[in-house]
Design a protein around this ligand. Structure first.
Ligand code: HEM
Length: 431
């Protein structure tokens, strides 16, 4: 294993700068549940572009090693090189995904989730997630049932001549509830609204009071679906560890945002839209578009790890120079959109996911990487690409709002998907 290069200490001024951008913007948007007003403000300020530039400046000043910020209340270190991304993400013992802030937030609705599990409980929970989600397979073994939910909800979405975020999200969540909980959950808005409320609390980490009654009610509802075990649903596979299910529901939110943004990317890139229409089979091109959507605008912009010092008397391991419990932060947009290293940084380039370029380095981590890499990655690519193929089979989407491409075709660092609206034109009406 490669050790991180030495740790530099940021000055108080540079710490303040990094705290303002990118950290404050990332926290304001909501690490667990996005706040629409903050998403809009971030897009107006192009917050991620600023955050990326800030980290580029810090890298020029301090080098590519780890950079410790002078934060009084929390030891915090930034990762500034792909090699250190690999070191951090490859080792879930020294760098636990069960970071303190994440645990405080997620324990409100998934206290037993793998992502925040202690080291001894992680391996069986991870294996269970991989089993249920069919992690290595591009097409889930429940694909037939999933496809029928996706296609019927997708057809509803194009039934009127326009599409906005509210309408898309409503249809998307109907599809998600059918896939995760079963067809009978299609209109169970209450369960997902309750989850949204618990997620909003989670944005505040340890600073929002717990809502034990809400948490208990949410778990009771999940349990009822697991007991019902509707054939074709993920709930039917969850009986051995129902505590994993909330993450599957919760995380489909990000997949909806990524899918909706692909509609905007295709609407503004006609040549790629033609390739999308011609896609077939396992939909490799549309899958690449979804990958590209989360590269350009990562839905998990901050990947958090806490350093765990080796216990006294344990085998010595590489000395990372970090202290026990120190927060290690990978700000994904910096790596995904680093124009100083990646020629395609700000352009819609789905081909990098098809020709091997995306696999070349540890720079591109929209689904994280290593032993805690998103086990739902293939399921996301399947559902999102199938939805996009359904929508595109009969209709074309014209973006009625600005995406913010500049005169050289470069995409903005932040976008406001909530404000995006489309005119939906049937292919047969194009004359
Ligand atoms: C666009 C959609 C999604 C993206 C970009 C995404 C990304 C991620 C990332 C970055 C992580 C690691 C988080 C961390 O290390 O702190 C993660 C973990 C995880 N994701 Fe996803 N995810 C998505 C959707 C899903 C879906 C739909 C599911 C399940 C149906 C899922 C299941 C999980 C699970 C169980 C973990 C925890 C893995 C572990 O701790 O070992 N994700 N995801």
């Amino acid at each position: 294993m490669t050790a991180p290069t030495k740790i530099a200490e940021a000055s108080a001024l540079d710490t303040a700068r990094a705290l303002v951008s990118p950290l404050a913007a990332t926290i304001a948007i909501g690490v667990i549940q996005r706040r629409p007003w903050a998403v809009a403000l971030a897009a107006r300020l192009d917050a991620d572009r600023r955050g990326i530039r800030q980290l580029q400046r810090l890298r020029t000043r301090y080098g590519t090693g780890l950079l410790r910020l002078k934060v009084p209340f929390r030891r915090m270190t930034l990762v500034l090189s792909p090699d250190d991304v690999r070191t951090v993400l490859s080792d879930v013992v020294a760098f636990t995904p069960a970071n303190a802030e994440k645990a405080a937030a997620l324990s409100r609705f998934e206290p037993g989730g793998v992502l925040i599990s202690p080291p001894d409980e992680r391996p069986p929970r991870r294996a269970f997630n991989e089993d249920v989600l069919d992690t290595p397979r591009p097409v889930h073994h429940h694909a037939d049932a999933m496809r029928s939910a996706i296609v019927s909800e997708g057809r509803d979405l194009v039934a009127t001549g326009s599409l906005d975020w509210d309408r898309f999200a409503t249809g998307w969540w109907r599809m998600v509830r059918r896939i995760v909980l079963g067809d009978s959950a299609r209109d169970d808005f209450e369960t997902t609204d309750l989850l949204a409320r618990l997620r909003r609390d989670g944005n505040w980490g340890p600073f929002h009071p717990a809502r034990p009654a809400g948490t208990a009610e949410f778990r009771r509802r999940i349990r009822a679906y697991v007991d019902r075990a509707e054939p074709g649903s993920l709930a039917a596979l969850a009986a051995a560890d129902p505590d994993q299910l909330p993450q599957w529901l919760f995380a489909f939110d990000a997949a909806g945002i990524a899918t909706y943004r692909v509609l905007a990317l295709l609407a503004t890139h006609p040549a790629q839209a033609r390739r999308a229409r011609a896609d077939s089979g396992e939909l490799p091109f549309l899958r690449a578009c979804v990958h590209e959507s989360v590269r350009l605008w990562p839905t998990t912009p901050a990947i958090l790890r806490d350093y765990v010092a080796p216990p006294v008397g344990a085998e010595p391991r590489v000395d990372h120079g970090l202290s026990d419990g120190e927060l290690v932060l990978i700000y994904a947009p910096f790596f995904h959109r680093d124009g100083q290293r990646l020629p395609y940084a700000h352009r819609f380039t789905p081909d990098i996911w098809l020709d091997g370029r995306a696999r070349e380095s540890w720079s591109l981590v929209p689904f994280s990487a290593g032993p805690a890499e998103c086990p739902g990655r293939n399921l996301v690519l399947f559902t999102a690409s199938t939805m996009l193929a359904t929508l595109g089979a009969s209709h074309r989407f014209e973006l009625r709002t600005r995406l913010g491409l500049d005169s050289r075709g470069r995409l903005p660092g932040s976008v406001n998907h909530v404000a995006m609206r489309f005119r939906v034109v049937a292919h047969s009406d194009q004359g």
